[in-house]
Structure formats: C-alpha cells, structure tokens
Design a protein around this ligand. Structure first.
Ligand SMILES: Cc1cc2nc3c(=O)[nH]c(=O)nc-3n(C[C@H](O)[C@H](O)[C@H](O)COP(=O)(O)O)c2cc1C
Length: 398
C-alpha cells in the first residue's frame, strides 16, 4: 500500500482520467474485481466508502438466476448507497444467459452487467466453461451477442483471461468479437487458465488487446497491489482503466488511493481524505467490514463467521500476536471483536513493506482440464455440447 506516509506520485498521463462504460461515467477509472465469496454488498459498500469506482458483485450463475434461486436473489440485491449497481454473470448457454440478462434489465436490478469468461477452476474448464469457453468462437459470439442485445441500454462488459494456455490464446479474437457484439468494455486478467494465479500477470497482453480493441475501453487486470502499480499499468499498457482484486483484500481503503492517484481529489470520498494506516485505522476498517457483513447476512454469528477469512489480510505485517490472530479468526460476535481490538496497540504505525505485496490466491501452474477433443476445433462439436450441459456448477469464480 502507498499510504499518506508516502503518497503515490500523480502522473500527468493518468491523472484525473474518467472512465466511460456505456452511459456510466466513473470519476476514477477503477473497478473492483468480482470475487466469489468476497465482493458481496458488505465489501462493496466498504470499498465505496473510500472512493469512486465500479464495484462488481460476486459471480452469479445465469441458471440459478433464471430459476430465481433464493440465495442468488439475495446476492443480486444492492444497498441503496450502491450506484451504479453492477452484477457479474457466469453462463455457458446463450439462451440462459440472454434470459438472465433480460431478467436483470426488465426488473431494473442492475446498471451494469459483466460476463465472466475467466474462470480457471478445473471442474469448470473440464466442462468447457470459464476460460475454456472463448476457444469456441461461435459459442462465445452467440452468448455475448445475445446478452448485449438483451441488455439494451444497460452496458454489458466481458471479463476474460489470455486463453487456455500459451499455445491456445483466445483474448484477441474474443476481444474483437465482443467489440463487434456491442459490449461497452472488455477486461483482461493477463494470465492464461494454465497459469491459474501463479507468476506475474503479462501486462504486455493488455497493451496488445488495447491495440486490437479500439472502439470501447480496455480494462487491465492482474497484480495491482498498490495505487502506484495501477498508474504504472495504465502508463505501460495504455489501458483505459484498472480492475483490482486481491490487492484490496484486507485493504478496502486502497480504493481511496486509487481514486486519488487515477481520478484526482474529486474522486476520493470526502470522509476518506487521509489514510493513516496505523493499526487503529486498520482495526476500524476491519470492525466496519464485520458490521456490514452482519447487516448483509442479517445474522451476527454468520457475519462474524464470514469476517474470519479476512483477518490475515487486514493484519498482514502489523504487530498482532499469534494468539490474538487466532482469537480473531474464531470470533462470533461484534462485542468479541471490540474486546479483542481493545487489546491491540492501536497507535502502532503502518509497518511498510511487511504489509505490502501479494495476498490472496497464488498457486502453481496447472495443465487445464478440458473436455475430450476440445482443442481440436474452434467450433463446437456435439460431444462438447454435452460437456457444456452441466458446466454451470457452483464454483468459486475467476
Ligand atoms: C477469491 C477470488 C474469487 C474470485 N472470483 C471471481 C469471480 O467470481 N469472477 C471473476 O470474473 N473473477 C474472479 N476472480 C478473479 C479476479 O476477479 C481477478 O481477475 C484476479 O484475482 C486477478 O486480479 P488481481 O491480481 O487484482 O487479484 C476471483 C479471484 C479471487 C482471488
């Protein structure tokens, strides 16, 4: 993180650049990456409290939405403070995806819809879903075209990876197809499915996509851990905006810094003027996150159970002992959180490098699991259609 202790340089080429996604203008070209299990209303509200941006929902499967699954219907609801309302869909079937988009639009449930084509999870790619899908050009085209048409005035975007592996790249074709289909922007996580979350994102691919897709914004994603990284990605690749995922885990205030660096002072929320990341500041954000989760789940024990997975991210690098961390990771009430926070040295300063860098998923490269014969043709054969029929399982994202 770059804190007020060391403000990120404002670059003339990236400063105060708004981002237009269809009719939506964002004061800062910043998007919260959809993250299953993380970017629920609670986390989105928290991030938004720091700065301007587009805060995307957790991934919603189109079939569950069309079937009006009760959990799904709860996941797509937004708090009144959330505008624009953004929902990410995951689908493999053109008709179901179209029906899901239509439901969102006709019932006025979203101001922006994103389609996820980046999931690398084996149980998804094995069926031809996620990052495997854009390999089948016709299927990809049909899904995006029908979804964009059903979206009408609501801007529809596409989020994807570079491809299946380095020998089977899909992003340039997919970007052009999506542009033709009428999307309002394309976002690239600059890794292949085979890379999973390992190594470094290849930002040169974002620059290549920017050259290929010329009529709508290109958003870059992968390995932004600080506002300075975001400015560097924009300067190096020419991308129109950044999508930030793991870098904001346990650091929702990163959105204030991103807004200040990429959008200028007006993009920063008034209450987030200064970021003083003492342990007290971090503990207050953690407490606020827990409180918002309790509100979201409408269940104190459930909300507190959910905050447990964020403990290591919030307190990374801070002088919080093992016993205290363990207690935080088992909290079941807000009062318990308050009691534990009261034992911390709240004046402990921002620890610098120890709080920086990678957090969240990492992992090692994996040979992608694919349906038999998937790579032999870029058109969909009968056997692949069968695999796709049950590709839309519950899974954890991109
Ligand atoms: C816990 C977790 C859940 C994710 N879930 C989704 C998802 O639901 N949809 C999606 O498109 N990407 C998902 N992703 C991928 C992120 O949106 C993003 O593309 C990826 O983390 C790379 O960006 P980063 O380096 O800024 O984290 C997920 C990532 C993580 C770490």
């Amino acid at each position: 993180m770059t804190t007020a202790l060391a403000p990120a340089p404002t670059r003339p080429d990236t400063a105060a650049r708004p981002l237009r996604i269809g009719p939506i203008t964002l004061a800062a070209p910043v998007v919260l990456a959809p993250m299953a299990g993380i970017t629920n209303t609670a986390f989105r509200r928290l991030c938004r409290e720091y700065g301007a941006g587009l805060y995307v929902s957790e991934m919603i499967t189109t079939r569950a939405l069309v079937e009006r699954n009760a959990t799904t219907m709860r996941l797509i609801t937004h708090h009144e403070s959330e505008t624009p309302r953004s929902i990410q869909l995951y689908g493999v079937d053109p008709a179901t995806t179209e029906a899901a988009v239509r439901l969102l639009v006709e019932e006025d449930r979203a101001d922006h819809i994103d389609l996820n084509f980046g999931c690398p999870v084996p149980k998804v790619t094995r069926k031809g879903g996620g990052a495997a899908l854009p390999w089948k050009l016709g299927l990809f085209r049909e899904i995006v075209t029908r979804a964009a048409r059903a979206a009408g005035e609501v801007p529809l975007t596409v989020k994807m990876r570079k491809g299946i592996d380095s020998d089977h790249l899909t992003y340039l074709d997919a970007g052009r197809i999506a542009e033709d289909a009428g999307v309002a922007a394309v976002a690239l996580h600059a890794r292949t499915a085979a890379e999973f979350y390992s190594g470094h994102a290849d930002w040169s691919a974002i620059a290549a996509l920017k050259d290929a897709v010329t009529s709508v914004p290109v958003l870059g994603n992968g390995d932004i851990w600080s506002a300075d990284d975001a400015a560097r990605m924009m300067a190096e690749t020419g991308c129109d905006g950044v999508v930030v995922g793991r870098g904001c885990l346990g650091r929702p205030w990163l959105f204030g810094e991103l807004a200040r660096t990429l959008g200028g002072p007006a993009a920063v929320a008034p209450d987030a003027e200064t970021v003083d990341a003492t342990l007290g500041f971090v503990a207050a954000a953690f407490r606020r996150h827990a409180e918002l989760l309790v509100e979201f789940f409408d269940d104190e024990a459930r909300g507190c159970r959910d905050i447990r997975k964020h403990v290591a991210w919030y307190f990374k690098g801070y002088p919080v002992g093992g016993e205290l961390r363990a207690s935080l990771a088992t909290v079941s009430s807000l009062a318990e959180i308050d009691a534990l926070v009261a034992t911390m040295d709240l004046d402990a300063p921002y620890p610098g490098a120890a709080a920086e860098g990678q957090r969240g998923r990492a992992g090692t490269p994996k040979r992608p699991a694919l349906p038999d014969g998937w790579l032999q043709s870029r058109e969909l054969g009968a056997e692949a259609s069968t695999a796709l029929a049950d590709a839309e399982l519950d899974h954890s994202g991109g």
